[in-house]
Design a protein around this ligand. Sequence first.
Ligand code: AMP
Length: 525
Amino acid sequence: MSRVIGIDLGTTNCCVSVMEDGQVSVIPNTGGYKTTPSILGLTEAGKRLVGHLAKRQAVTNAKNTVFAAKRLIGRNFDSPQVQQLRELVAYKILEGPGGDARVELAGRVFTIQEIAALLLREMKRVAEEYLGEPVEQAVVTVPAYFNDTQRQTTRAAARIAGLEVLRLINEPTAAALSYGIGRGETEKVAVYDMGGGTFDITVLELSQGLLEVRATGGDTYLGGEDIDLAIVHHLMEAFEKSDGISLASDAMALQRLKDAAEKAKCDLSQVEVTEINLPFIAQDEAGQPLHLLHTLTREQIEGFAEELVENTREICRSVLADAGFEPGDIDQVLLVGGQTRMPLVQEVVTDIFGRAPYRGVNPDEVVAMGAAIQGSMLAENAEGPLLVDVTPLSLGIATFGGHFTRLIERNTTVPTSARETFTTTRDDQESVKICVLQGESEHSDDNDLLGEFALTGIRPGPKGTPAIQVTFDIDANGIVTVSARDTATDQAQSIQVSARAVLSSEEEAKLAAEFAAEGEVALRD
Ligand code: AMP
């Protein structure tokens, strides 16, 4: 039987790992790097590039290079997050037929599933080359705070890439598994995960044979990219002030600024002051070259990042409260995600939990390692702690008057199911529409619509008399199935909830066939 790999599909970087002879190892790509940029590019000639090669062409071919596509996963085009990103990236984001966000590269439209599938296939290829055998199964990680649509989109991407997902696990759970394996102590652990695009905080209890998530929370739109963009804005403003030229509509200049901003941000985790030097960034009216030279201090970028990092404090507080813990109850704090290397983040974390974070894990690799551990446990029915995870968001349906009626509260252990009986609001009503929602607002409109379906053929009767039983099931991957049944007629409808932004099964099958027909493409680092 082929081996099961663990893949961390990150906003900024991907990482793949495998268990070999009881040891977990991170697999380097052909360039020798243990992480691969989550970037897809199309050359002018239409050739696809993934990873470092795509990153290298980002400056000269910014319009045809997509980064941070994970921020678009499972989101509708008109969502504020997508609209915000559209303003800031050089590649074109457009609306798909189902209202989903898609990306246009060199005149070709890509769904977000396809982009994620190309990244996943690249990680599959890296693993196959290293192992010297085909790989067909994986455990893939997702931010704990991903909703159902985002999880389903990730799973669809893996299917397109030719990978069977044995389990989707939450990134912090994977990190805790990697940390906790073989420790044998009973500990309360907080995993603070700030990557390029998302923030998660998860509180778990580790004991012999059990890893139990007590509560999780986060923001799928808060991360290092936001700090980079704040730096880009600052640099653009400074340049406009000094040279009178706006760089906002120059795709190549924007990409250079973005790269320089990220590099400066990372440097400022080590040093107090750094120089940004971008020669020939623009031309003046006389056609003379203009150069951007700017000094940036750690204090300045801490100013840009402060609000963002402070926002995580409240999220941590609420997750600790949901878990029933005080900050002082936490025995260990794990840092995950590249952005946690920023000293300000570490200071705030130390302040929140009253203890310095644990330094023994590599924030870039620990998630993929946990996924590989879980993968080998699933494949071999091996001994290992039982993972008990939770659903990050409350689930329910829209009810009369625009209310949200919860059937499953957030932070309930999964798998789980819940059932409640509803009725009609009109006499002789023959059908009801069930709108499945995920979120925390009391108003249905403010929550995410996961999907909707109709239960028809209800036996006619005065309003309020039919009994319609609605059942929600969440499986171990966090995927939701909903069914509704008229108890008088036994008429039933059931759906695996799939929101508008998810590809139809025909679209997915077509893409999977295209990918399979392409076989191995030469995407080398
Ligand atoms: P991840 O999504 O976990 O790969 O995290 C990537 C994010 O971490 C990006 O926004 C990087 O710019 C950021 N990052 C990586 N290294 C550092 C560093 N040394 N200091 C600050 N941020 C970093």
